[in-house]
Design a binder for this molecule. Structure first.
Ligand code: BGC
Length: 768
């Protein structure tokens, strides 16, 4: 083992030395070319439009960016492409009959809800294979910003409200993708928790919340997967753009966590190229001529030490030397999309969450005739919009999936809906990426069903209703008609439920959304609710797998579903305030409005808030039903006193009648002697194998010193208080099945950190 590690380290040192030698041979212009990307083609923005964007011909059409080549030194161009839900490239090319589709994988919120890091790593390995076979060097993902608020427009690209889930999932994804010897870029580092004013907003956050909630997932991902690259975010953090913040990118990321790779900006992120260089933001993407000029001028004027530029360029070359481009890999442009679709389907079914299942409404025998309502049943949403959208060959709609599974559909209803959806979609304006980005097309309105429902309730055996949502980069979601259902949707649920229940028939509701919606006001009307998220290209087949019972649902929520939006503690500080009088014009004439958001909820994000402040959610963090039941027994700790670490084991038994998997969660309640503590915090989780009825599995967790600790702002260190700690094995954050405790005799300083990134103003954080 030691020998192998020594081998890796010496190969790393060799590459670093080679990179240093190459940079020493470069002219100033060459170094600067390297650290500023080659620009970008933006559809709809023509060459020389005065934007200062260096336009280029793409090596892989539709990729997000490329780095400069220096042929006489053997340095090739490398290609980076989005994004978390799959490889985003153009599906077709000029004068080329071939297609270049990629797999649209289930979105990150769904993957997190599998609570299965092995499965996420398997998805990553297949996703990374497409990256490699399409000639791309780095996939711009995974994203792991925290779901601070349910309206966050990009929440679907992120995993969870909890940093341990986010960090572990991201690490699994990076390890999977990078097993193909291609890179990843964990993003957006950090505190990019909203889209509103994302290029100007100053996030004001306390050091403890920053370290424990918002940086912790990145820390776990860096330490457990050492990604090739990190992408800094657009926003400011306590006054400074993250891409210009030395203490974030160098002091914390590199010195404290040991990150060895490259940092790139988000696209056009930050303002000051020279400050970015000094902060350790090695690569400016996609790169503009103005940035190049500014860096050269600063070196010439002596305001930027060339050694700083050299260090950034060396890290860039270090990355290039490991890339497939450098190795001249003969990519095929033919990944095995069929095999990947199967992996996507299985992963999708494993992350769907059964929220309600009264009187065993599900599973449904395929002998039943189904009436499918809601436009989304016919126009399923595979993934979110913006740069996180993938160009897949197809999306299996719900009705297609049902038909594939052998269900009979009410044909009259199906053709009526299909005609309606086709006609309405044809009437929507055709927009290019940029126009859609600026002004997303709303989903079409529900079809008028008056007079139709009663007839269908007589003819069919069961009703399905799908409620669909989409969101993405550029804007956040809204409370009305988005988080809350539209009046027409409520009416549909009411009418269908009344009519079918009058015929003693059941109603199943499917939520096809990347994130959270309101459920409490209408959930009593339906018999079952399945949260299908945005499940990728095999959507309808994966939903059908759950409905038939081929797959027993085992997904659990990785983010709380509140009763109402105002129950969210962050609601009063989302998306913060704007200062329109200070607005300036940004790129493409877009207004840049300075803004500020203050994280007054501190560490009380998600279940940490709901549990500590006794606010009842609609569905709690960690919740999810199954077609079987599980017993928890025999929780044992390796010791009653903490000395270095403690092992916890718990037995999980399938006590029901169907084979199934259980997501087991380990929470810790810590003594709040010096620092106030949330009621409980997730420290570890695991998914059982597929347990047959009666079968038992022992799950083992390790609790280490950092798991006991909180970040003490006063001493800038992770401190574990002396006292009694309770370990809780739970089926969810409030369904605790077994507890056991241990004692820490003397308080511990687990880790000393740098005193950095303190807010420049007083924050009135909520107190327990
Ligand atoms: C997004 C990034 C993305 C980049 C490149 C930006 O607008 O915020 O997540 O990777 O574009 O497409």
């Amino acid at each position: 083992m030691l020998l192998i590690n020594a081998g890796i380290v010496s190969a790393q040192n060799e590459t670093a030395a080679k990179a240093k030698a190459l940079v020493s041979k470069m002219t100033l212009e060459e170094k600067v070319n390297l650290v500023v990307g080659m620009g970008m083609n933006i559809p709809g923005v023509s060459q020389g439009s005065g934007t200062g964007i260096g336009q280029i011909e793409d090596k892989v059409p539709g990729a997000a960016g490329t780095t400069f080549a220096i042929p006489h030194l053997g340095i090739p161009t490398t290609v980076v492409a989005d994004g978390p839900a799959g490889l985003r490239i153009s599906p077709s090319r000029k004068d080329d009959k071939n297609t270049y589709y990629a797999t649209a994988w289930p979105v990150a919120t769904l993957l997190a809800s599998t609570w299965d890091t092995k499965l996420v790593q398997q998805v990553g390995a297949a996703m990374g294979n497409e990256v490699k076979e399409y000639g791309v060097d780095v996939l711009l993902g995974p994203g792991l910003n925290i779901h601070r608020n349910p309206l966050g427009g990009r929440n679907f690209e992120y995993y969870s409200e909890d940093p341990v889930v986010s960090g572990k999932m991201a690490a699994a994804m990076v390890n999977g993708i990078e097993s193909n010897a291609v890179g990843t870029s964990i993003k957006h580092f950090a505190l990019n928790n909203q889209e509103k004013n994302r290029n100007t907003v100053n996030v004001v956050v306390g050091e403890r919340a920053m370290r424990e909630i918002y940086l912790r997932g990145f820390e776990i991902a860096v330490k457990e997967s050492q990604p090739w690259t990190v992408m800094s975010s657009y926003n400011k953090l306590n006054g400074t753009y993250t891409s210009e913040e030395y203490d974030l990118l160098t002091t914390i990321l590199r010195k404290e966590w040991g990150f060895k790779g490259l940092v790139m900006t988000d696209w056009f992120g930050g303002r000051d190229a020279v400050a970015q260089m000094k902060a350790g933001n090695d690569l400016l993407m996609p790169g503009t001529p103005d940035q190049r000029k500014a860096i050269i001028a600063a070196v010439n004027a002596g305001t930027l030490d060339v050694k700083v530029l050299d260090a950034n360029a060396e890290r860039l070359v270090n990355y290039v030397l490991g890339s497939q481009a450098f190795k001249k890999y003969a990519f095929t442009n033919k990944p095995d999309l069929k095999a990947h679709a199967l992996i996507a389907r299985n992963a999708a079914a494993d992350g769907m969450v059964l929220l309600k299942n009264n009187d065993k409404a599900l599973p449904v025998s395929t002998a039943k005739k189904i009436a499918a309502f809601g436009i989304t049943s016919y126009d399923f949403v595979s993934g979110g919009t913006g740069s996180g959208d993938v160009n897949e060959e197809y999306t299996v709609s719900l009705v297609q999936g049902l038909a594939n599974a052998g269900y009979k559909l009410d044909e009259g209803l199906t053709s009526q809906y299909q005609n309606y959806v086709t006609a309405e979609k044809a009437r929507q304006p055709k927009k290019n990426f940029f126009e859609e980005f600026m002004n997303p097309t709303p989903r079409i309105t529900e079809m008028e069903t008056a007079g139709l429902i009663e007839e269908k309730a007589k003819a069919a055996d069961i009703a399905l209703i799908t409620i669909g949502r989409n969101a993405g980069e550029g804007s956040d979601r809204k409370v009305e008609n988005d988080f809350n259902l539209k009046a027409e949707e409520i009416k549909l649920i009411e009418n269908v439920s009344n009519a079918f229940h009058a015929e003693k028939k059941k109603v199943v509701l499917i939520i096809n959304a990347g994130g959270v919606i309101e459920t409490a006001s209408w959930r009593d009307k339906v018999d079952a609710i399945l949260l299908a998220y945005q499940p990728g290209l095999e959507a309808g087949n994966a939903v059908a797998d759950i409905l038939t019972g081929k797959v027993n649902p085992s997904g659990k929520l990785a983010t709380t579903f509140p009763v109402k939006y105002d129950d969210e503690v962050s609601a009063k500080n989302f998306p913060g305030k704007e200062f329109p009088e200070q607005a300036t014009k940004g790129m493409f004439g877009m207004p840049q409005i300075p803004a500020e958001v203050v994280y007054e909820e501190g560490i009380y994000v998600g279940y940490r808030y709901y549990n500590t402040f006794n606010v009842q959610p609609a569905y709690e963090f960690g919740f999810g039903l199954s077609y079987t039941s599980f017993g928890y027994s025999n929780l044992k700790l390796s010791s009653a006193d903490f000395k270095g670490n403690i092992n916890a084991t718990v037995d999980i038994t399938n006590t029901g009648k169907a084979a199934g998997k259980e997501a087991v969660q380990l929470y810790l309640s810590a003594p709040g002697t010096k620092l106030a503590k949330p009621q409980e915090e997730l420290k570890a989780f695991a998914k059982t194998g597929l347990l047959k009825p009666g079968q038992k599995q022992t799950i083992r967790f390790v609790i280490n010193a950092k798991d006991l600790a909180s970040f003490d702002t006063e001493s800038s260190s992770w401190v574990a208080d002396a006292g009694k700690y309770t370990v809780k094995a739970g089926a969810s954050s409030s369904d605790i099945k077994q507890s056991a405790s241990f004692t820490l005799a003397k308080s511990l300083v687990v880790e000393k950190c740098h005193k950095v990134l303190a807010p420049k103003m007083e924050i009135s954080e909520i107190k327990k």
